[in-house]
Design a protein around this ligand. Structure first.
Ligand code: AMP
Length: 436
């Protein structure tokens, strides 16, 4: 299995720190609003990676954080005149609902930032003691010039105004422009924790290293997110944990997924150009969204538009049509199909290649596919989550079925039979089974 490692800028053989065990961390959401469909692209991709790695025999522990304290949460809760806890809880719940609706089920544990305050304080104290951090009037900051490797992941040490940058901490008296906050002294009307560092709240970057150290220790296998978090967020995580432990690298493999754009611009909550994951799931359905995201390569920028989803719909319908017609009693040889699909997926999750192989196969094997193809597609679907093996019943038909059931209960058999005829005329067969 090979994956592209941002840290080395190479496609590398995946060799976990310990045998087949993989400890993996992906940056989770900041819970002040609904997840948008760009966030969903990233989470569907990582869900797919983890499921595929498990399918290939790795024992993956997949950890995600929930940022439940942050400037954006505080600002939004003030706007809505509710407490920050109520707001964060509300959107954390909505996030879980949205992920469940998208078939994102691979995460083993979610860790809330506010449940790790003692671990955060401990890390900040060590950074102060070791001379990497300093206090100002408004918090504790990390001096990026104290850490020689700062910039090794992203190739930069300063925010580039033209590139995707996330959250630089503003402060009047910090030493260097790009020093970042580890701990923020809170104003009286802001959420705070009374700690040895003073009354305050954590900076954004420190929550992730406190959480990963608590679960995995100072080093682990894979760290993931989309490219916007590479700088300064991931750079800051490296600076924090590697300075604390003296060990490097923090994560052996860094995976960065490309953006989902909307009208060629990065979709983002702060710009307001977004569609929520919830709206998109209602409109397009989970199968089509998973197919749309998984079938494009995770390191390629993708544009979200009606036209691209309609196109994906056509392709998915071809797959559905093929699977529904497979004669499951037939013996077939799928060795080439299997080898080529798995080889593509083993090569940095090359899904466009794997799907091209699959589409070639369905074009050439309409009458030859049998039980082995069917079983292989079922295996793949545990990872993909976008195939179907039985005809879906359209809503219109389901309504007629429900109506007929009601009539039968009322013993109005003649009317029920009429409905049966109507349903059958639309191409669906009803089988009534006696309930014992
Ligand atoms: P946030 O809630 O903004 O911290 O983002 C949550 C996750 O979604 C992070 O892994 C981001 O890197 C990712 N993300 C944010 N915007 C996009 C986008 N437009 N396309 C893909 N992933 C994104």
């Amino acid at each position: 299995m090979k994956i592209y490692n941002t840290l080395t800028r190479k496609v590398e053989e995946l060799k976990p720190i310990s045998d087949r065990k993989i400890n993996m961390f992906v940056c989770g959401p900041t819970v002040y609003d609904y997840a948008h469909i760009g966030n969903a692209r990233t989470y569907i991709n990582f869900d797919f990676f983890v499921k595929y790695l498990r399918f290939r025999g790795f024992d993956v522990f997949y950890l995600q954080n929930i940022t439940d304290i942050d400037d954006k949460i505080i600002a939004r809760s003030k706007e809505r005149m509710i407490s920050w806890e109520t707001l964060a809880k509300e959107y954390e719940e909505k996030y879980y609902e949205d992920m469940a609706a998208l078939g994102v089920t691979a995460v083993a544990e979610y860790a809330r930032a506010t449940d790790y305050i003692p671990q955060i304080v401990r890390q900040v104290k060590i950074l102060l003691e070791k001379g990497y951090a300093y206090k100002t009037s408004d918090g504790v900051y990390y001096d990026i010039f104290k850490f020689a490797d700062y910039g090794k992941l992203s190739g930069r040490t300063e925010a580039d105004q033209n590139a995707g940058v996330s959250r630089i901490d503003e402060s009047l008296d910090k030493k260097n422009k790009n020093d970042f906050a580890l701990w923020k002294f809170s104003r009286p009307d802001e959420p705070s924790w009374e700690t040895e560092l003073g009354r305050g709240r954590p900076g954004w970057h420190i929550e992730d290293t406190a959480i990963t150290e608590a679960h995995f220790g100072s080093q682990y296998d894979i760290h993931g997110a989309a490219v916007d978090l590479m700088f300064p967020h991931h750079e800051a995580e490296i600076a924090q944990m590697e300075a604390i432990s003296g060990k490097k690298p923090l994560a052996k493999y860094w995976m960065h997924a490309a953006f989902l754009n909307m009208n060629s611009q990065k979709m983002s909550k702060s710009k307001g150009n977004f569609t929520t994951a919830r709206e998109a799931t209602q409109k397009w359905g989970v199968r089509l969204l998973r197919f749309f995201f998984i079938s494009s390569h995770y390191r390629t920028v993708l544009d979200y538009s009606e036209a691209s989803l309609e196109q994906a719909k056509g392709a998915l319908e071809r797959l559905d049509g093929f699977i529904l017609k497979i004669d499951k009693t037939k013996e077939d040889d799928i060795s080439q199909l299997k080898t080529e699909v798995l080889a593509a997926l083993d090569n940095d999750f090359d899904t466009p290649k794997a799907l091209a192989v699959l589409f070639d196969y369905i074009r050439d094997n309409r009458d030859k596919a049998g039980k082995n193809a069917y079983a292989f597609l079922q295996e793949l679907n545990a990872v993909f989550g976008f195939l179907i093996f039985e005809k879906e019943v359209p809503e219109e038909i389901q309504k007629l079925i429900n109506k007929r059931e009601a009539l039968r209960k009322e013993k109005k058999y003649a009317e029920a039979d009429k409905l049966r005829e109507e349903i059958e005329a639309k191409g669906y067969k009803i089988e009534d089974r006696a309930i014992k």
